[in-house]
Design a binder for this molecule. Structure first.
Ligand code: HEM
Length: 411
């Protein structure tokens, strides 16, 4: 505890101001809403809804809810994007109070600032383009408040998806040539981290919001939801892998020794963040190894009541917990300011062939363990099916790979 307090007070650590914390967390919440919801709608919700006819009542309820959610995500993106832009100005204009930086005239002036020497483009122009893309994304999403636009939900969501990704990618365009390979990797991993983190958290938030409509869904909605959770678990797994690999790179760049995790302010913030992410991963593993096999079994057995209970009661409860942890991750993130290496006087990180090789081995090991988790989940589902219906389980165990065969029958 004492070392934690000491760490928080280390001379090199500067506590970010409240406006900085709120605007940075807010911006990433806005991005999670837009990126996570559009990617999850496109990869998980829309394909599952397509398996139902256009007359299906459950699909209609979920489509309406998705449209409302996306429209609100657009509003949040617009507001948080503006606050983030003002925060950029407040940081650029030395000593400018955040409240002054909120003035549109000042922001416009900031965006029109000419390029500095050696830059191929003005930094303000990059931010201008980024924010034009942000406004376009938000406008497409906010349009979904209109009943006429809701009829084009799929088209609007699919158009907003690449734009929402471009909102973060454009901001990373370097205005001068990166100094070396590590600087390029920093840019790449930072964007990988942001996109995978926002897809993961934003996707969970969309699904939990849709699951809240369960009171208006029919008895067969469990099958639809089983399909959605199965699709999203693959998306989430890819995101977990990407967030961990990129997070490890960034951690190595900023932290020179494990002990710096509790002896520096930066390290302490990172440690809290890593513990929160471990909580998220544990909940995800629980879903994968406990809930998914049970869902697959109920689906095979055509057990509508269990399927509804598992997919629309148990699952959303765990996911709610994950969303809260995810918000805590975003709340801690602005406290990662400066660098533990800087605070502790450790040398700057510089990669070598050995470091990159070790990173690649780690990434492969991670991919293998995620793959093993997915396989274990399927094996558990098959084993439970075999226990529940001797003689039937084996037939399903052969060549199903997932719950594909019986699904076709249920549908
Ligand atoms: C749910 C999981 C996670 C989410 C949503 C998330 C999100 C973010 C976001 C939005 C940033 C800010 C990026 C920027 O300002 O450009 C960030 C930075 C960072 N994250 Fe994560 N992250 C997650 C997990 C992790 C993990 C597991 C680690 C470590 C293994 C990690 C390490 C870092 C580090 C070191 C930074 C530092 C940035 C800096 O000082 O510039 N993150 N994270």
């Amino acid at each position: 505890m004492n070392s934690a307090l000491l760490a928080a007070k280390t001379a090199g650590y500067t506590m970010p101001q409240l406006w900085r914390v709120l605007s940075k967390s807010g911006y990433f919440i806005g991005l999670s809403g837009a990126i996570g919801a559009t990617v999850t709608y496109a990869t998980t919700v829309a394909p599952a809804l397509r398996t139902r006819g256009s007359e299906d009542g459950d699909a209609a309820v979920l489509r309406r809810r998705s449209a409302h959610y996306l429209a609100w995500a657009g509003m949040v993106l617009l507001v948080t994007g503006y606050l983030q832009l003002a925060a950029r100005l407040a940081r650029a204009g030395k000593g400018m109070p955040f409240t002054d930086a909120l003035a549109p005239g000042r922001i416009w002036h900031f965006l029109r600032t000419p390029a500095t020497k050696g830059a191929w483009i003005a930094q303000g122009t990059v931010y201008l383009v980024q924010n034009v893309v942000l406004v376009l994304t938000a406008a497409l999403l906010v349009a979904l408040f209109l009943p006429a636009a809701r009829r084009r939900l799929d088209a609007l969501a699919l158009t907003a998806l690449p734009l929402s990704l471009a909102t973060t990618l454009v901001s990373a365009v370097p205005v001068t040539t990166p100094k070396n390979r590590d600087a390029v990797l920093d840019l790449v991993f930072d964007q990988v981290h942001i996109v995978s983190g926002t897809v993961w958290l934003g996707g969970l938030a969309l699904l939990v919001a849709l699951a809240a409509a369960r009171g208006r869904l029919g008895d067969t909605a469990g099958q639809l939801w089983a399909d959605m959770w199965r699709r999203f678990s693959l998306v989430a797994m890819v995101c977990v892998g990407a967030v961990l690999v990129s997070g490890l790179w960034m951690s190595w760049r900023h932290v020179g020794a494990i002990s710096q995790l509790w002896t520096t302010g930066y390290g302490l913030a990172l440690l809290v963040k890593i513990l929160l992410v471990l909580g998220l991963i544990t909940a995800g593993a629980g879903n994968q190894l406990w809930l998914m096999p049970r869902i697959a079994r109920a689906r095979r057995a055509d057990d509508t009541t269990s399927l509804l209970r598992l997919t629309l009661r148990h699952f959303p409860k765990v996911v709610w917990g994950e969303v809260v942890l995810g918000l805590a991750v975003l709340a801690v993130m602005p406290f990662l300011s400066g660098s533990a290496r800087g605070e502790a006087g450790s040398p700057q990180a510089a990669s070598s062939a050995d470091v990159l090789a070790a990173g690649a081995v780690l990434a492969i090991a991670l991919a293998a363990s995620l793959y093993a988790t997915a396989k274990a989940s399927e094996a558990l589902a098959r084993r439970q099916a075999a226990v529940a219906a001797p003689g039937v389980g084996r037939e399903h165990a052969v060549g199903t790979g997932s719950d594909r065969g019986p699904v076709a029958r249920i549908r």
